[in-house]
Design a protein around this ligand. Sequence first.
Ligand code: URA
Length: 237
Amino acid sequence: MRSDKLLANMGYGSRKEVKKLLKKGGLTVNGEKVTDGKTHVNPQEDEIEIFGETIDYKPFIYLMMNKPQGVISATEDRSEETVVDLLEIEDALYEPFPVGRLDKDTTGLLLLTNDGKLAHQLTSPKKKVEKTYRVHIDAPLQDGNKDALEQGVILDDGYETKPARLEYVNGERGTLVKLTITEGKFHQVKRMFQARGRNVIALKRESMGPLLLDPHLDPGTYRELTDEEIALLKNDS
Ligand code: URA
């Protein structure tokens, strides 16, 4: 990335201020002063100092977000707000992307990372990573629906879903359930319930593999994963 972009991204002021900083010789890359904003730097490999202070630039970032309703799981969009728009600039600088997609109206656990290898492992159908959703449906399930959803239902496009697990949260006659699936087809959970004549009113992802949504995260907020969580995810996938 261009050195002036890096400095601007890191909050070192407007374009004019960044230019001034560079002119003053404030930026050193691998021990050499860089005064031209067009010079390319690689923050993941180069040693970067700003006025003598080394910038700590780790290669990967792992963020757990409690996705709010109304934002899309993408890195950019022309008209809609994306989950990346919710990040602080110092985190966005790492160019993380969402691992798997949640619908615009779905809330809950969303992992954002720039670690492509881990993202691939978590989303590869071969790995069968379990995802658990808390699902609010419009009417209670009827006899046979639990077994059907667990064994596999035929979606509107003819696809038969793989085995899943269903748990009642507030009893068999309640409208709150938890569904654990190992796939990630488009609108899968909603379409699974539609296949049994139920509409999903609210959907929240609570876990992905060994990663559980932190209950202290309000919708729209996020935090870095702990080293333990990162290790768990890597060992599991
Ligand atoms: N299934 C859905 O229908 N929507 C989601 O956002 C995730 C899973």
